[in-house]
Design a protein around this ligand. Structure first.
Ligand code: FES
Length: 301
């Protein structure tokens, strides 16, 4: 049985830490991608690993892993070729593309070539109907394919080359892609910015720009952080959070306690000396909180 590497274990801890402690089971989907990144599929050992780190049983993990087609339950090739044979692509020739690959590769649905390089599958709608027929290689798109171009792509892959997808980042192998799907940045220099979006995809954006429609506060240049940048941002946020309490003096902290907040037991006066906390109005409490906020700002300055 596979013993997962320390790198995978560290990544598992990082994934789980992204979720509230009482909802750690929400980390299951990225964790399944993570174990797939080490073995190339979700093996029984991967199921056991996920169950152990999340405190679930294997039946619970297996039920999720077998529900989603992106989790492969058998060893899978370096290159997962998915051909859309759903309605739109089908009428445009998707089935012919799939059939040509079946014949050329000598494999059927979810089967892998003898050299272990290519796994073929037919896929439901890949959400790229405006480029049909489409196929993906490890979820990167090749648009408007026909039998000849599709065969050309798999021949290149089997020859050790990495043909350029029509859009998006440059190709990576299934294990590498699984790391990204687990929630970790593509560390290859410039890989994400390689491709350009297809014009049909950005048609709505173009129309919005033409008509002056914008989302308030939206930054179109929102960066995708690398791992190093994310770690630096987390360290800075942590340092800021740790520095803040030191800037607030004990006296200011006492003054900043809003009206309506219960006093510590040591400050308590005999009953009847003042109105019980529960009888204070929400308006009073809100006013007190406003005062407190002002005091706290003053303490920060
Ligand atoms: S039908 Fe093929 S991408 Fe939608």
């Amino acid at each position: 049985m596979t013993v997962f590497s320390e790198e995978t274990r560290a990544r598992a801890r990082e994934i789980i830490a992204r979720y509230p402690a009482d909802r750690s089971r929400s980390a299951l989907l990225p964790l399944l991608h993570l174990v797939q990144s080490e073995e190339g599929y979700v093996s029984p050992a991967g199921i056991t690993f996920c169950a152990e780190v999340l405190g679930l049983n294997k039946a619970q993990v297996g039920a999720v892993a077998s529900f989603y087609t992106m989790y492969k339950r058998r060893p899978t090739g370096d290159w997962l070729v998915s051909v859309c044979t759903n309605t739109m692509c089908n009428v445009l020739g998707g089935q012919e593309v799939y059939d040509a690959l079946v014949e050329h590769l000598g494999v059927g649905h979810e089967e892998t070539t003898a050299d272990g390089t290519v796994t073929l599958e037919h896929a439901e709608c890949l959400a790229a109907c405006d480029y049909g027929p489409v196929m993906t290689v490890n979820y990167d798109f090749f648009d408007n394919v026909d039998p000849k171009t599709a065969v050309g792509v798999v021949d290149e892959l089997r020859a050790g080359n990495r043909p350029k997808p029509s859009r998006g980042a440059r190709l990576c192998q299934l294990k590498e892609m699984s790391v990204q799907l687990a929630g970790f940045a593509d560390e290859r220099e410039g890989a994400v910015a390689d491709g350009v979006p297809g014009e049909p995809t950005v048609r709505g954006l173009r129309l919005a720009q033409e008509h002056g429609i914008a989302v308030a506060g939206f930054d179109p240049n929102t960066p995708i952080r690398s791992k190093a940048e994310a770690e630096q941002a987390a360290a800075e946020a942590k340092a800021k959070a740790e520095a803040k309490p030191a800037a607030v003096s004990a006296g200011a902290a006492k003054e900043s306690r809003p009206a309506g907040y219960a006093k510590p037991a040591s400050d308590a006066k005999p009953a009847g000396d003042e109105a019980p906390v529960k009888e204070r109005s929400l308006k009073d409490a809100a006013a007190g909180m406003g005062d407190a906020a002002g005091n706290e700002r003053g303490a920060d300055q």
